[in-house]
Design a protein around this ligand. Sequence first.
Ligand SMILES: NC(=O)c1ccc[n+]([C@@H]2O[C@H](COP(=O)([O-])OP(=O)(O)OC[C@H]3O[C@@H](n4cnc5c(N)ncnc54)[C@H](O)[C@@H]3O)[C@@H](O)[C@H]2O)c1
Ligand SMILES: O=C(O)C(=O)C[C@]1(C(=O)O)C=C[C@@H](O)C=C1
Length: 306
Amino acid sequence: MSVIYNKVALIGLGLIASSMFWAMKRGGVAGEVTGYARSEATRDTARRIGLCDRVCDSAAEAARDADLVVLCVPVGAMAQVAQDIAPVLKPGATVTDVGSVKQSVIDAVAPHIPEGVHFVPAHPMAGTEHSGPESGFAELFDNRWCLIVPHGAEAEATTRLEQFWQALGAQTEQMDVGHHDQVCAVVSHIPHLIAYTMVGVADDLNRVSDQEVIKFSAAGFRDFTRIAASDPTMWRDVFLTNKDATLEILGRFTEELFALQRAIRTGDGDQLFDYFTRTRAVRRGIIDAGQDTAAPDFGRGGPKKA
Ligand SMILES: NC(=O)c1ccc[n+]([C@@H]2O[C@H](COP(=O)([O-])OP(=O)(O)OC[C@H]3O[C@@H](n4cnc5c(N)ncnc54)[C@H](O)[C@@H]3O)[C@@H](O)[C@H]2O)c1
Ligand SMILES: O=C(O)C(=O)C[C@]1(C(=O)O)C=C[C@@H](O)C=C1
């Protein structure tokens, strides 16, 4: 595989940035990779495990001379890091991000991008419940989608970023920003909220802590607990910044829930059966279309790095 960007800077060194680094090394798609994390402890860890060719003590130092700068911080921190790197961005460089919400990132970052620098927002639809510099692995993006939201960026810069993500193992698709935020509310944000809520309810019932629920649960509830272990800062920011879309989908969800609640109360077995038959067909359709590309459960930290 050939080098797509000579110098790549990763700002924020958590799950996504570290997975990108190992995937870049696996594919030989970048020359030098620099990195910056806000906390000294994270920078020390990164140096110890060889995460990035050079770990810098400021975002600006990492971004200086970079051909591609990737903002890998929680959505609520995007504006600050964009402001920090803006003065050193070189003409012709591309700035991108991996944030889970796109409209608010565009609003936060675009005003800081200087003339002559491209800004191409992106969002890899891949992750785990783990976070931090030691949680990444090269295979995270394999056969997963990376959504690209060009938002007026030049076609050449957008195409190059798509090639970059494809070299990391992902499939890419361009999407309009509003559509992105709504789709992600449906397939990612509200499912996380439901998992957080279900685990919270179980905890309220005071059974999780004495292991009863865990002990007797099969895969269903365990999957909820995995998702509900995801990073609180990241998910707080997702809901604060994708407020309209998540509230809209949550409204539809509660309507359906009330309908099912009523069917249970009134003993309407046909309604329950028909509903479950319809949802089963959705899952079977995904499998039949060969679209069940979710990463296998690699366990803590993913598979061993190369
Ligand atoms: N985890 C997922 O499943 C997933 C998937 C796709 C996209 N994303 C998005 O990717 C981004 C990063 O997520 P992650 O899972 O890698 O998170 P993470 O918690 O593993 O890492 C975040 C990094 O950002 C740093 N950081 C936090 N605030 C900062 C600030 N103000 N200035 C500088 N650095 C700061 C943290 O120290 C850490 O190094 C988020 O925007 C998230 O929405 C996450
Ligand atoms: O697989 C997981 O653990 C994830 O939560 C990944 C997941 C998702 O909901 O699919 C989470 C947030 C993202 O922005 C993209 C992907």
